[in-house]
Design a protein around this ligand. Structure first.
Ligand code: GDP
Ligand code: GDP
Length: 444
């Protein structure tokens, strides 16, 4: 009833920024992700710690991770922690940008990081930061002794030199980053370490014999598992990644984030596994945010429900708590499961399929106008600076997830509250449960 198959998927590259503290990693990171993130975050109203984000250069999209952002900051274990981040970056990222500081010159931590990077076969770019002026150009030659081939001077603060650095960076990325779509719904099973992802997959299979063969060193390969069960045809994305217990440290958040990014990007619907015995903490929220910002369908699976004392914790109370954390997303389905006792495993998949259908839904333009225009007429956008916005026509855009365009005379005068009003109406009328949607106002 099920089989494992191997498939290569081209994914957008993951770039990890490594280096010791204070060399300017987060300054550089912010410069890379600034614009796009700000736009999307203001749309969704979601705030979070910015340790990873999306960037693009010369027509190539990529994901950037600031490894420094994942450090817990304990002075005692600094070196050990940095080494762990670098090891994970080597294992999981496609390209490593190693940032050093021309002001301070080479120190022992730089040497240690260099040693780790040289031991790997990873593509590394040595980025010498704080080269703010030409005098510092001369100082930077010291770093040539670290033995890297691709070396760039730059200034994260004023942007000098970043163009050449990025040219070199994206030239290391494959031409296309197209995700193969073969029409079978793809589910990503994501969540914190130990939330029960592998147990959930085993529960689906009904047997424990499922072991993915060793595929060390093939981080660009993703193994999906195709299921045909309960009358549903679907695949689980990157089951190898879920099953693979890192030899470094499975509890390192950075590790689970990188894995989640890969899995989420290739899916249609994310089944976010949440451990009912833990709090809905920032790690789960980050995964949730990643799925939402990638416009994936979302289902929350509250796992280990068998361990919860039902006298003090009703489903209703539990659900209310989680809904608060998911704001402003109000209609994400939440299913209470136990991977151990196999409670509601069928329901979980059924809900995933339902969300998949919502996400693929196409609304006929004529009907959409017939429904939405009278609503708009009844509640038009508020006048702005004495000017009235007239919305004349609307349509769903052809894309893999729901996006809607409203054509009007003065789109710049439409503010967020009105956008939310329209989104709420669309959600009320059409079923988009668990699906992020986007709305644009454009000049006709
Ligand atoms: P991180 O710990 O590696 O993430 O480093 P930060 O990005 O927090 O930067 C550490 C310090 O270096 C901050 O005070 C920054 O303002 C400063 N800094 C970062 N980039 C530059 C630069 O290009 N030139 C100069 N002069 N200072 C910089
Ligand atoms: P993963 O790291 O997310 O893949 O988590 P695992 O599937 O390895 O599960 C972590 C631990 O939680 C294991 O000891 C599982 O036996 C346990 N576990 C997983 N699901 C459940 C559940 O529904 N109920 C209970 N009681 N334990 C569970």
């Amino acid at each position: 009833f099920s089989f494992v198959h191997l498939k290569k998927i081209k994914m957008s590259s993951i770039v990890a920024i490594v280096g010791r503290p204070n060399v300017g990693k987060s300054t550089f990171f912010n410069r890379l992700i600034q614009k796009r993130d700000a736009i999307v975050d203001s749309q969704s109203g979601v705030t979070r710690d910015r340790h990873y984000g999306y960037s693009f250069w010369n027509g190539k999209d990529f994901t950037v991770i600031d490894t420094g952002g994942f450090m817990l900051g304990g002075e005692d274990n600094f070196e050990k922690e940095i080494n762990t981040q670098v090891m994970i970056a080597i294992e999981e990222a496609d390209i490593v940008v190693f940032v050093v500081d021309v002001e301070t010159g080479i120190n022992s931590m730089d040497n240690e990081i260099s040693r780790l990077l040289h031991k790997s076969n990873k593509e590394v770019i040595l980025a010498i930061n704080k080269v703010d002026n030409s005098k510092r150009q001369l100082d930077s030659t010291e770093f040539y002794s670290l033995g890297f081939e691709k070396i760039f001077n730059f200034s994260a603060i004023n942007g000098g030199g970043t163009g050449e650095l990025l040219d070199s960076l994206v030239s290391l990325m494959p031409e296309e980053s197209v995700i193969e779509n073969n029409e079978i719904p793809g589910f990503a099973v994501v969540g914190r370490p130990n939330s029960g992802k592998s147990s959930f997959i085993n529960a689906l299979l009904g047997i424990d014999r499922y072991v993915v063969k060793d595929l060390a060193g093939t981080t660009r390969d993703s193994i999906d598992t195709h299921f045909n069960r309960f009358g549903f045809d679907f695949k689980l994305i990157d089951t190898a990644g879920i099953r693979k217990k890192s030899k470094i440290n499975d509890d390192v958040e950075f590790y689970s984030v990188v894995r989640s990014i890969r899995t989420i990007e290739n899916s249609d619907v994310c089944l976010i596994i949440f451990d009912a015995t833990r709090s809905f903490d920032s790690q789960v929220k980050n995964i949730f945010w990643l799925a939402a910002r990638n416009n994936k369908g979302i289902v929350i699976l509250v796992n280990k429900w068998d361990l919860v004392d039902k006298k003090t914790n009703t489903i209703k109370l539990f659900e209310e708590e989680i809904r608060k954390e998911l704001e402003p997303f109000t209609d994400i389905p939440i299913v209470f499961i136990s991977s151990l006792t196999k409670q509601r495993i069928f329901k979980a998949i059924e809900t995933g399929m339902m969300v998949y259908k919502c996400r693929s839904k196409k609304i006929v333009t004529r009907k959409f106008n017939e429904t939405m225009l009278p609503i708009i007429e009844k509640t038009p956008p508020p006048a702005y600076k004495g000017k009235y916005v007239k919305i004349k026509f609307c349509t769903q855009l052809p894309s893999s997830f729901p996006q809607f365009a409203f054509f009007c005379n003065l789109p710049q005068y439409i503010k967020d509250p009105y956008k939310r009003f329209i989104e709420n109406k669309i959600r009320e009328i059409y079923d988009f449960n668990g699906v992020p949607i986007r709305i644009f106002f454009r000049k006709k």
